[in-house]
Structures are given as C-alpha cells and as structure tokens.
Ligand binder design. Structure first.
Ligand code: NAD
Length: 248
C-alpha cells in the first residue's frame, strides 16, 4: 500500500529544515497540501513553497512555537485557505544542553516553552476544527531521550517525556470525535541538531543502537506519514519508536 495524502491539509511546525522539512516534502509528494511554520528564515521558507509547487499546494507561516497567538493564527490561516486541517505535526523543538548543576532556570524554561507548551498551544488551536470535522490526526515529535533520559538533557528529556503524556491524553479526549493523536519518538537522526556532537560522541551512540547507525530525516518522515494517513485509522495513543532499536 502506498501512502496517499491527497485531499488532506496538513500543518507542520518548524518545517524549513531537518526532520520537519523531510515531513513537509514527503507529505507534499504524497499529495497533501502542506502548511509549515518557521521562525525567522523567510527566504528559505518562500523557496520551499516554490519547490513544493507554489501557493496552491503550500503555505509558509512565520510563527514562534512558544506563542499561543502565533499558533492560533497559523491554524486559522490553514482553515481559511483550505477549509479543513486534517493533520498536525508538532515538530518544532530546541535543545539547551548542560548538566543540571549548570542548567539555569532560563535554560529549563526556554526548552519547556518551545517543546512542550508550544505543543499545547498549537494542538489547542487545532482541537476545535478537528473536533468539528470529526476527523484529524495529530502527531507529536518526541525523542528517545524522553523515554530513556540523558545526562545533560534534563530540560529536553522532561519536555519530550511530557509530550508523550500530553499526546496520550489528547488521544483519550478526542478518540470519540474521530481524531487520533500519536507520538513519533526519533532516536539519533542526522540533522543540524546533532551535527556538532563530534565523532567520539557519535561513535559512542552508534554502540547503543542495535542497527548500528544514525537515522535520517526521511526515516522519521515515513513514520509520520503513516500516522497522518488513512493507513493508520485504528492507531491512536501510540508511541512509534524510530530509533534503530535503541529504546526497545
Ligand atoms: P533542527 O534544529 O534541524 O530543526 C528544528 C526546527 O524547529 C527548525 O526548523 C527550527 O527553526 C524550528 N524551531 C525551533 N524553535 C522554534 C520556535 N520557537 N518557533 C518555530 N520554530 C522553531 O532539528 P531536527 O533534528 O530537525 O529536530 C526536529 C524535531 O525532532 C525536534 O522537536 C527535535 O527535538 C526532534 N528530535 C530530533 C532528534 C535528532 O536526533 N535530530 C532526535 C529526537 C527528536
């Protein structure tokens, strides 16, 4: 079965690079209309819209993931343009890694605000239209670190573990309305976020991964597309680990 997203309107947060961009491109290739948010790179965002087939098929929205107003405006822009919002991918995320002893309250808050409270804002904005449609699929992008914890990432791990409880709660609240909510939990994926780790750390990570290699953004896009598509209509509240076997 090939995944077909024709006729679906999908919003991806943080869509101009890395995993978010791979999801945007894959959803577009599967036939969806795709809106994506970005923080500051307007030129990159406009180039991406053109690469996706122009204004009819794609929509770039400048929005800070940590802002409730921006989230509401982004969801409204999607429903105004295309009528419905069928899929939401909560992907935007940041790290501010350091050991707890050195972690400031600001390091903690910034990561929680973007990664977890940001998910609350955008899912809340999409909640009503999806409920009214009696259909929709929400996918949050957590992390293997949210499942296993990681030294030096207490803030990030807390935000990503929080996303799992949050998403399962959404699945329970919205199931009766035909809206699904699932989590994708990536392992170590080759993007800007992991680019500066250095060979020593990367090799140590590979030792913890049964498949013996880092993942690619397309690995996460494929799993996300499954959860957005009608191939997964009986799947909700699930945490799909895409991590080479790291967190089994
Ligand atoms: P990345 O840094 O390349 O991309 C993150 C994206 O989020 C960027 O487009 C960035 O602009 C956007 N973003 C960050 N803060 C934002 C804000 N306040 N408002 C709007 N957009 C914002 O990283 P990535 O590896 O592509 O990560 C994507 C998601 O996958 C993140 O949630 C990350 O935590 C998660 N993840 C990544 C890995 C990995 O190994 N790369 C592993 C597990 C989970």
């Amino acid at each position: 079965m090939t995944l077909d997203l024709s006729g679906k309107n999908i919003l991806v947060t943080g869509g101009t690079r890395g995993i978010g961009r791979a999801i945007v491109e894959a959803a577009n290739a599967a036939g969806a209309n795709v809106a994506f948010t970005y923080r500051s790179s307007t030129e990159t965002a406009e180039q991406l819209v053109q690469a996706l087939g122009g204004d009819d098929r794609a929509l770039a929205l400048q929005a800070d993931a940590a802002s409730a107003d921006d989230a509401a405006a982004a969801v409204q822009a999607v429903t105004e343009k295309w009528g419905t919002i069928d899929g939401l991918v909560v992907n935007a995320g940041i790290t501010r890694d350091t050991l707890m002893i050195r972690m400031s309250a600001e390091d903690w808050q910034a990561v929680l605000d973007t990664n977890l409270t940001g998910a609350f804002h955008v899912a809340k904005a999409a909640y009503r239209p999806m409920m009214k449609q009696r259909a929709g699929s929400i996918v949050t992008v957590s992390s293997v670190v949210g499942v296993m914890g990681n030294a030096g990432q207490a803030n990030y791990a807390a935000s990503k573990a929080g996303l799992i409880g949050f998403t399962k709660s959404l699945a329970r609240e919205l199931g009766g309305r035909g809206v699904r909510a699932n989590v994708v939990a990536p392992g170590y994926i080759q993007t800007d976020m992991t680019a500066d780790l250095g060979d020593k750390v990367t090799d140590a990570m590979k030792g913890q991964i049964p498949l013996g290699r880092l993942g690619q953004p397309d690995d996460i896009a494929a799993a996300t597309l499954f959860l957005l598509s009608d191939a997964s209509t009986y799947v909700t509240g699930h945490v799909l680990h895409v991590d080479g076997g790291m967190a089994m």
